[in-house]
Design a protein around this ligand. Structure first.
Ligand code: ADP
Length: 545
C-alpha cells in the first residue's frame, strides 16, 4: 500500500513535470526516466505511434543508446506479438526473460545491447493503442524485478491519459504549423483581425498588397488606422465580418502608395468561438489587377471589332443596294438601246455607208458588254437574295465543254495560247442547268486565257469520278498569291498586286457567280495556284439524274 502511495506521488509529480516540459521528446524522456527509476532497471524507452500514421516513432529514452533503438519498432508492430501478449482495451505488459520469444529482429537488438530480460507494456487510452513502454535489464544485472510487469502496467495506466494529451497537443501543433505555413505561402493575401478590428496577423502577400514592409508594422494596429484599407471600402467588408457575416467584393480598388493602384477580389469570413461570438475575421484578398487590365483591353478590342464589323456590314449593305439599284435601273434602257441598235443596223445600208456600219458594230459590242455586266450584277443580287433560279435538264457535260472551248479558241489564238480539251473516258448524262453551267465554264476559261501570258497553255479536262463529275481548267499563267486564294470567290474581289491589276475589264464578279451556280447544283469549286507557275480551278458536280 505504502509502495503504491509513493508510486502515485512519483507519478503525480511526473505529470506536473510533463506539463512543464519544453517539448515532446523532453516529456517522453521524463516518462522513460521515471519508469526506469520506479523499477530500477538499466534501460527504459517510450515508443509512440504517430497520431496520423501507423508508424511507431522513438519518443524518449533513459539508458538506451538512441541509435540502437532505431529498429525497435519492428518488434512491436509484429501483429503476432500484439495479438499474443496484449489486451486491446487496456494497458498490459509482457515479460521476456528469454529473448527467443521475440522476433528475430528483436533478438538481434537485444543481443547488440546485451539485454537479458525485458518488459514491454502497451499504452492504451480510451481503447486506443498509443505506443509501448519498454523497460529492460542488461545481462549482468539479471532479470527485471518480479513485479515489473504489474508495476509498469499500473504506471502506464496512470500516464496513458497524459501521453494521449501530449499526442493531441502534437497533432494540434502540427496543424498549427501547417496552417501557419499555408498562411505565409498562400498565393493570396490573408489578414486576420480580432472582433474589434485589431490586426492579429498578416501574410507576406497582403503586406505586399498594402505596401507594408513587415508584419510587425501593422500587427496590433486597428484596420481603421490603415489609409489604404479605409479608402478602398475594404473596411466596410471587414466590419461586416466583425458583425458575423461573410461577404465578398470584386474589383476593390486599393491605392497603397502614391504611384500604385491595385484591384482586389476580397472575401471575409468570421470565425466564431464556442459561445457563438465572433473571435476573428479572416480577410482573403486576391490581386486581380492584371486580369482587370486584360479584361479592359479585351473590352476595348471587342468594341473596336464590333465597330469595324458594323462599318463592314454597312459597306456590304451599300454594295448590295448599289448592285440592286444600278442593275435594275440600267437593264431597261440597255434593252431599249440594244433594240434600237438592231433596228438601225437593219435599216441602214451597210454597203453604201461602211463607216456608219462600223460605228454601229462598236455601239452594239459595247452595249452587249454593258448588258453582260448588268446581268452579272443581277445574278449576284439574286444569289444574295437566294432567288437565283436553276432549271435543270438531262445533259452531257462534255458537249457543253466542247462548245465553250471551241467558242474561246479564237480568243486563245489571239494570244497565241494553246487551248485544249481532254475528256477522260465518256461523261454520263446528268441533270444540270445548261445555260448556267455554260456560264461557269466560260468564266473560268476566260479567266485562264486572261491571266495567262501570250504563248501560254490552257488545258481543260474532265472525268467521271463515280458519284461526281470533276472538271478542271489548268493554266500556266500568273498564278494567285496564297493570301488571296481564299478571297477570289468574294464579290468585287480582284488581286490588286498582280501585273494586270490596272486592266479595266476586271470586276470581280464572275467567280462569285460561278461559285453560286456550282453550289446551287450541290457541287464545289476551288482553286490551287502558285504565283508565276499557274492555277488550276476545280469544279466537282454531283451526278444527279
Ligand atoms: P475578274 O476576272 O473580273 O477580275 P473574277 O471574279 O473572275 O473577276 O476573278 C477574281 C480575281 O481572281 C481576278 O481579278 C484575278 O485576280 C483572280 N483570278 C481569277 N482567275 C485567275 C487565274 N486563272 N489566274 C490568276 N488569277 C486569277
Amino acid at each position: 500500500m505504502g509502495d503504491r502511495l509513493s508510486q502515485l506521488e512519483t507519478i503525480s509529480s511526473l505529470l506536473v513535470d510533463m506539463s512543464q516540459a519544453s517539448d515532446f521528446v523532453d516529456a517522453y524522456t521524463i516518462i522513460a526516466e521515471t519508469a526506469r527509476g520506479l523499477i530500477g532497471v538499466d534501460y527504459s524507452t517510450l515508443l509512440i505511434y504517430d497520431p496520423d500514421s501507423p508508424t511507431l516513432t522513438f519518443g524518449g529514452s533513459s539508458g538506451f543508446d538512441k541509435e540502437s533503438l532505431r529498429t525497435m519498432p519492428s518488434i512491436l508492430t509484429d501483429p503476432l506479438i500484439r495479438r499474443e501478449y496484449y489486451a486491446e482495451d487496456r494497458c498490459s505488459s509482457a515479460r521476456f526473460d528469454s529473448m527467443e520469444k521475440l522476433p528475430s529482429s528483436g533478438q538481434k537488438i537485444a543481443e547488440a545491447l546485451g539485454i537479458g530480460s525485458i518488459v514491454i507494456t502497451s499504452l492504451v487510452s480510451a481503447r486506443n493503442l498509443l505506443g509501448y513502454l519498454i523497460t529492460a535489464n542488461r545481462e549482468p544485472n539479471g532479470p527485471v524485478p518480479d513485479d515489473a510487469e504489474e508495476q509498469m502496467t499500473f504506471f502506464s495506466e496512470c500516464i496513458a491519459i497524459g501521453v494521449d494529451h501530449l499526442r493531441a497537443t502534437m497533432r494540434l501543433r502540427r496543424t498549427e504549423e501547417e496552417a501557419q505555413k499555408f498562411f505565409s505561402m498562400a498565393p493570396v493575401g490573408l489578414l486576420s483581425v480580432d472582433s474589434k478590428g485589431i490586426i492579429r496577423s498578416a501574410n507576406p502577400q497582403i503586406l505586399s498588397i498594402l505596401n507594408i514592409r513587415k508584419e510587425d508594422d501593422i500587427k496590433g494596429s486597428s484596420i481603421f488606422e490603415i489609409q489604404s484599407i479605409m479608402k478602398s471600402g475594404l473596411d466596410a467588408l471587414i466590419l461586416q465580418g466583425m458583425e458575423g457575416h461573410s461577404g465578398e467584393k470584386t474589383d476593390v480598388r486599393i491605392v497603397p502608395g502614391p504611384d500604385r493602384a491595385l484591384y482586389l477580389h476580397a472575401k471575409v469570413a468570421p470565425v466564431r468561438q464556442a459561445t457563438g461570438e465572433v473571435d476573428e475575421v479572416i480577410v482573403v484578398a486576391m490581386d486581380i489587377t492584371s486580369n482587370i487590365r486584360l479584361q479592359s483591353q479585351l473590352e476595348r478590342s471587342y468594341e473596336k471589332l464590333t465597330q469595324t464589323y458594323q462599318e463592314l456590314e454597312n459597306v456590304t449593305r451599300m454594295k448590295s443596294q448599289f448592285i440592286d439599284v444600278v442593275s435594275h435601273e440600267l437593264r431597261t434602257p440597255l434593252t431599249v438601246m440594244r433594240g434600237y441598235v438592231d433596228l438601225l443596223e437593219s435599216a441602214c445600208d451597210t454597203a453604201t455607208d461602211p463607216k456608219l456600219s462600223q460605228k454601229l458594230k462598236v455601239i452594239k459590242a459595247n452595249t452587249d458588254k454593258l448588258y453582260g455586266l448588268v446581268e452579272s450584277m443581277l445574278d449576284v443580287s439574286r444569289l444574295e437574295k437566294g432567288t437565283l433560279q436553276i432549271h435543270t435538264e438531262p445533259m452531257k457535260m462534255d458537249a457543253i465543254l466542247q462548245e465553250v472551248v471551241e467558242a474561246r479558241t479564237t480568243d486563245a489564238h489571239e494570244k497565241m495560247q494553246n487551248l485544249t480539251l481532254e475528256i477522260e473516258g465518256e461523261l454520263p448524262l446528268m441533270k444540270a442547268d445548261r445555260r448556267r453551267m455554260k456560264d461557269v465554264f466560260i468564266h473560268v476559261i476566260d479567266n485562264a486565257i486572261k491571266y495567262t501570258q501570250e504563248g501560254g497553255h490552257v488545258k481543260v479536262g474532265a472525268r467521271d469520278e463515280g458519284r461526281t463529275i470533276h472538271v478542271w481548267v489548268k493554266d500556266n499563267g500568273i498564278g494567285i498569291p496564297l493570301e488571296n486564294l481564299g478571297k477570289i470567290f468574294d464579290r468585287f474581289y480582284i488581286v490588286a498586286s498582280d501585273d494586270l491589276s490596272h486592266q479595266v475589264d476586271r470586276i470581280g464578279l464572275s467567280l462569285p457567280i460561278s461559285r453560286g451556280i456550282v453550289e446551287a447544283h450541290g457541287g464545289r469549286i476551288w482553286v490551287e495556284s502558285q504565283v508565276g507557275k499557274g492555277s488550276v480551278f476545280h469544279i466537282n458536280l454531283p451526278k444527279t439524274l
